[in-house]
Design a protein around this ligand. Structure first.
Ligand SMILES: [Zn+2]
Length: 547
């Protein structure tokens, strides 16, 4: 997802109230031997109350010896009007199953496991504290929007709420007929019910993580933007915003085409870009991306395109090839950040990508000053919202940019396509990505990933050059001055320029491995000036001595 400038105040508030979870400890989140295959969610929404009624049928496999399973569901508390109360749990044959709610989970006792999937039906009701935001949009109209990231689906849906347990899902939403309801996947049907109500059914046939399983219900105007490789592209806007918003969301078609061409097939039944009233600037819900209602401009705007490209890129990275654990969040956010930049490079040229990279560099430097020990792969952060930081996003994006320069465009894209093909609709870790990129490039990348993913900071180089007229050579001294003390292997290229500032030649790619190194480059005449890393290929802060 993406936070947006305007939303930072709200965002900070959310951070301070988010629940604490240990991202590194998988066993706390998932049950060995339990794998959810499908969720069939039924929800009843109302205009007169924020209470919802739910019925969820969960189909899952379990190890033969497991007779108790649990699903995450935030329970109602004695001193609160919020939370979900489970009314009954039954099995596929209709028989009641013993259950209890504790520690914000529903524990269900099952008969001895037959060697086949188990199905349970959980009926519950309550007022969600978060996860499903029931509020009024900027036009004062009542709206309902799922806002699951990172693990808030459990506030209104009983789920194994972890990105490693992906499943197919369907939503049947019973709501007043004034609402149009969007959800993941394909629209099955809308049918009128008595008393001015309507039932809307959506079905997602591709397994997705719970963080992106959502519904939205509001008054919408819908535009069919067109079809890309057989995938319908739609814009869902609040009617009062539709004139401007339809213009804003239209580039989605070209972005979708670009990613299909470059990465591989799109995994879902449609792509709907949906105006919403939630906390994030954009949230990449699978096949129905939610964008904040504040992001409406009504004319071609590269910031809006960058946001669209970020969220659409997530459909490949995050939703389809999903990080196996929160500590690997860069596989989602770093990828979306860089692929948004790659789309801008494709649409507007190299300078635009460079501007994005430089802006991102600044954010990384500032964040690193605040959190000097922070690393991209982070198993220590206890508050998941804290992982939404420049290490996961901007530095993760820079890692991909450096990788592209390390192995070349051809191997980079070959590797990206292979990574997606291998981990499509599955889960991956950083080591899986590394292995695919090593195969694609024929290069060992252990050192590269080690220093960028697991080591804090970035190279802070102090360098200078002098011309030796007798030896006809340029002598370049470079020192790694980062306070962390940990050294980086840094590829270095220097641009040798005349007195008019124009480039005369470039050094070959030099490799810095030591704290202090001197490079001697043959050069016939004294240069006017020398510049480091002219193509902006390394995340580093370089200071030229005496400049
Ligand atoms: Zn994102």
């Amino acid at each position: 997802m993406k936070e947006k400038g305007l939303l930072i105040a709200l965002f900070v508030l959310i951070i301070s109230t988010a629940q604490c979870q240990q991202p590194g400890n998988l066993a706390r989140y998932t049950q060995p031997g339990v794998d959810v295959l499908n969720y069939a969610f039924s929800l009843t929404l109302s205009d007169s109350t924020n209470q919802i009624k739910g019925e969820t049928t969960i189909r899952f496999t379990r190890a033969d010896d497991r007779q108790t399973v649990w699903f995450d569901l935030i329970a109602s508390k004695v001193d609160s009007t919020q939370g979900m109360k489970v009314r009954s749990v039954s099995l596929a044959d209709g028989k009641a199953a013993p259950f209890n709610q504790r520690n914000d989970r529903v524990f269900i006792n099952l008969p001895p496991a037959p060697n086949q999937p188990t199905e349970v039906v959980i009926r519950y009701d309550g007022t969600p504290a978060r996860g499903l935001i029931i509020s009024r949009n900027k036009f004062g109209e009542r709206t309902f929007f799922g806002d699951n990231w990172p693990n808030n689906a459990r506030n209104y849906l009983p789920v194994v709420d972890h990105p490693s347990d992906k499943a197919t899902c369907s939503f049947s939403v019973n709501a007043p007929a004034t609402y149009r309801v969007i959800a993941n996947g394909k629209l099955l049907n809308e049918s009128n019910l008595p008393n001015g109500r309507k039932l809307t059914r959506w079905q997602e046939n591709t397994p997705i993580p719970t963080k992106v399983m959502v519904i939205g219900a509001a008054q919408f105007a819908v535009e069919e933007v067109g079809s890309v490789s057989g995938v319908p592209v739609q814009s869902w806007l609040y009617p009062n915003d539709s004139q401007k918003g339809f213009i804003d969301y239209r580039p989605a078609k070209e972005i979708l085409q670009y990613f299909i061409d470059k990465i591989g097939p799109y995994s879902y039944e449609k792509l709907a870009n949906v105006e919403s009233t939630t906390v994030f600037g954009g949230m990449e819900n699978a096949s129905c991306i939610f964008y904040n209602e504040k992001v409406i401009v009504g004319h071609k705007d590269s910031d809006v395109e960058a946001l669209l490209a970020h969220e659409i890129a997530h459909q490949w990275f995050g939703n389809s090839a999903t990080e196996s654990d929160w500590s690997q969040l860069w596989l989602s956010e770093g990828f979306a950040t860089y692929f948004s930049g790659l789309y801008l490079e494709h649409a507007y040229g190299k300078d635009t990508l460079n501007a994005v990279l430089n802006q991102n560099k600044g954010q990384i430097f500032r964040y690193s000053a605040l959190k000097p020990k922070g690393t991209i792969v982070d198993s220590t952060t206890t508050n998941l919202m804290d992982l939404l930081n420049p290490n996961s996003y901007q530095k993760g994006g820079w890692v991909l940019h450096m990788l592209r320069n390390e192995i070349g465009d051809e191997a980079f894209w070959k590797g990206i396509r292979a990574y997606y093909a291998t981990y499509r609709n599955r889960n991956a870790q950083s080591s899986d990505f590394q292995a695919v990129m090593e195969t694609a490039s024929g290069k060992k990348l252990g050192q590269f990933f080690q220093q960028w993913l697991y080591q804090p900071g970035y190279p802070e180089l102090v360098w200078g050059s002098s011309y030796d007229a007798t030896k006809k050579s340029l002598v370049i001294d470079v020192r790694q001055a980062q306070r962390s003390g940990a050294l980086f292997v840094v590829p270095l290229t220097f641009s040798i320029r005349g007195s008019n500032g124009r480039e005369i030649t470039r050094t070959a790619r030099l490799t810095m491995t030591e704290q202090t190194q001197t490079f001697t480059v043959p050069l016939a005449t004294k240069p006017g000036s020398v510049a480091i890393d002219p193509d902006n290929t390394v995340l580093m802060h370089a200071t030229e001595m005496g400049k």
